[in-house]
Design a protein around this ligand. Structure first.
Ligand code: NAD
Length: 265
């Protein structure tokens, strides 16, 4: 049970973020939901108030690409809930045309959110420690040719998570940091892979994405939420990347040292 725990989820208004919010509430936590989509976020809050009671959730409008908005929302969350135990960097987009925006949200937003969360969570600052879960992707483990910048941001999230987890252990932050790597999930995001305004110059490669979907069949948000909950609860896991696919969840095995193939020049 997560009774007494306070969680913050970005991109919580729909899709995976909504399912993470739901499973956290079912397990007793309080959840601060953060999203740019105010209408959808407020509507979700009304539904959750009816289901779980009005003191369990609070929606905050904020863009994770904005330092000012993100910082302001964290202050409001800490003022209301007193502390943060669980933080999930989930907000993300696919937009190869406006690729700088993709980097700002998917990678800079994760770094920004993690540092803000650590300010409140790490033991050196009087925090209780806790867990940070960064939502990467299957595309953070292997390339998605129709979305090279999306791929780059997700590889970045996996690398950032692994390095920061080691930094946290070495410095005694008391915060576990893990990456969740879902394969294709049935949310509005996967429609982006068929939209020319999102895939831009790589629109001609949609068939490659579809053949990857044949190899990694689309899964439901509830399956990913169960894997998310496992990462929240298993206190032995730190610095891991958990791949979630139709056949189940698997920890990714990374090479211990750089493995290379020598050549003669
Ligand atoms: N759906 C998939 O196939 C899949 C697979 C692997 C990883 N992911 C990752 O899961 C995460 C959630 O994606 P999803 O599939 O639920 O997508 P989604 O589009 O259904 O939901 C994304 C949510 O993030 C919010 N958001 C977008 N930009 C934001 C910003 N700048 N600031 C705050 N909130 C913002 C949206 O309003 C929306 O509520 C993303 O990081 C995505 O890359 C998705």
């Amino acid at each position: 049970m997560l009774k007494g725990k306070v969680a913050v989820v970005s991109g919580a208004a729909r899709g995976l973020g909504k399912s993470f919010t739901h499973i956290l509430l079912e397990n007793g936590a309080q959840v601060a939901m953060l999203d740019v989509d105010e209408a959808e976020g407020q509507e979700l809050q009304v539904q959750l108030n009816q289901q779980f009671g009005s003191e369990r959730t609070q929606f905050y409008k904020a863009d994770v690409a904005s330092e000012l908005q993100f910082t302001d929302v964290f202050q409001k969350i800490v003022s209301k809930f007193g502390h943060i135990d669980i933080f999930c960097n989930n907000a993300g987009i696919v937009d190869e045309k406006n690729w700088e925006k993709t980097v700002s949200i998917n990678l800079s937003g994760v770094v920004r959110g993690t540092y803000l969360a650590l300010d409140h969570m790490k033991k050196q600052n009087g925090g209780n420690g806790g867990i940070i879960i960064n939502v990467a992707s299957l595309a953070g483990l292997g390339p998605l040719p129709s979305a090279p910048v999306y791929t780059a941001t997700k590889f970045g999230v996996v690398g950032f998570t692994r390095a920061l987890s080691m930094a946290s252990q070495a410095s005694g932050y008391g915060v576990r940091i893990n990456a969740l790597c879902p394969s294709f999930v049935r949310t509005s995001l996967i429609d982006s892979f068929d939209q020319k305004e999102k895939t831009g110059n790589f629109h001609n490669l949609a068939a490659i994405t579809h053949s990857l979907m044949d190899k990694f069949p689309i899964i439901e948000v509830e399956q990913v939420a169960k894997a998310f909950l496992h990462l929240v609860k298993d206190e032995c896991v730190d610095g891991a990347a958990l791949l979630v696919k139709s056949t189940g969840a698997e920890y990714v095995i990374f090479p211990k040292d750089m493995e290379t193939t020598p050549i003669s020049i």
